[in-house]
Design a protein around this ligand. Structure first.
Ligand code: MN
Length: 186
């Protein structure tokens, strides 16, 4: 299986369309692809400017049409009304086994390199968003991957996402450039 992980759409329908275009173009090679979205999905957020192509109901339409292959986590800008426009659940943090290691998925405002998830062990990988800047941080043998933001990247960073393959993690921008990557060995 392959997973695309993105975050912080903040209602930017045009950029969610671009992201889904990237996912679609990889589907012929990896038909079993899933997508995980790490929260801050519809609302721009009171501290943020309006993103390019702000259209939360169009974001809802795109996600409802994609509900068979997406998992959506709740972020700190996501509210109860968001669930009314979504035909899919907006869930809390989760983790899963990935070839003998655990991969964690979280929005990132409560769990991040400074606040590790409960039960994390060396070799595990934590995917998070919230900070709107793509990065890979290693701390006590754990890799923390901030996937960046689809809608409102901060400080001149590019729009970005992560790809989780069986044997590696790749952080990429929307133009296909590899921002960082690491192997998953053993
Ligand atoms: Mn955010």
């Amino acid at each position: 299986m392959r997973m695309f992980i993105a975050s912080d759409i903040h209602g930017s329908a045009v950029n969610l369309e671009r992201f889904f275009g990237i996912v679609d173009s990889a589907l012929p090679e990896h038909p079993d692809t899933k997508v995980v979205l790490l929260g801050d999905t519809y609302n721009h957020g009171p501290r943020n400017p309006l993103p390019e192509g702000y259209a939360p109901m169009r974001v809802a339409k795109l996600l409802n049409d994609a509900m068979s292959f997406i998992t959506v986590i709740k972020g700190n800008c996501d509210s109860e009304v968001d669930e009314m426009i979504s035909n899919f659940p907006i869930i809390g943090d989760f983790h899963m086994d990935w070839n003998g290691r655990t991969v964690f998925f979280t929005h990132g405002h409560k769990v991040n390199p400074d606040c590790p998830p409960t039960g994390v062990r060396p070799g595990d990988v934590v995917f998070y968003g919230h900070f709107h800047k793509p990065s890979v941080t290693e701390k006590e043998g754990v890799r923390y991957v901030c996937v960046g933001s689809v809608g409102i990247p901060f400080d001149g960073t590019p729009r970005s996402y992560a790809v989780l393959d069986e044997d590696k993690v790749t952080l990429k921008d929307f133009d296909g450039n590899v921002l960082d990557s690491f192997a998953l060995n053993g």
